[in-house]
Design a protein around this ligand. Structure first.
Ligand code: ZN
Length: 154
């Protein structure tokens, strides 16, 4: 199999693809038909081809048609890259943390302190009453003070 233009021997794989001409610039210029290639300079270093027939352009590229150094052209297949893994925030985690930091006592402790506070007892009196009536809650004076401070003022 020889080039119909210059008579040089064709590469077997190129002949197998049905080409009757070689990859020389002058041979391609005469026989390269029916394919429109638009090179768009996306940046200074790489060109992207927009082609009508992806299969054909790939076959031609594989046959060396676009690999000539004198053309200065390369082929650039654009494939979608893998999606970046998205970091899932954990909703509620931060809120729960701040809540427990702000209110380091149980609802039961707060209920008792609220009750005694509503009765007009001081934190010390509240602790004395709580130690008698609800010792398992472990209410201390500083805890009672904190709870009272957290209560909405009237
Ligand atoms: Zn030729």
């Amino acid at each position: 199999m020889r080039c119909i233009e210059c008579g040089d021997e064709l590469l077997a794989e190129r002949a197998g693809l049905g080409y009757q001409y070689c990859t020389k610039k002058q041979c391609q210029a005469k026989h390269h038909k029916g394919l429109t290639i638009t090179a768009i300079g996306l940046n200074k270093s790489a060109d992207t081809f927009i082609v009508g027939d992806q299969d054909e352009i790939r076959r031609r590229a594989e046959a060396g048609e676009f690999a000539k150094k004198d053309s200065g052209l390369g082929i650039n297949y654009r494939t979608p890259g893998p999606a970046a893994p998205t970091k899932r925030p954990q909703p509620g985690a931060a809120a729960d943390l701040s809540l427990s930091a702000r209110r380091p006592w149980t609802g039961e402790q707060e209920k008792v302190v609220r009750l005694y506070h509503a009765m007009g007892l001081s934190p010390r009196q509240i602790v004395e009453r709580a130690q008698v009536n609800t010792p398992r809650l472990g209410i201390t004076e500083s805890l009672a003070t904190k709870i009272i401070c957290s209560l909405p003022t009237k």
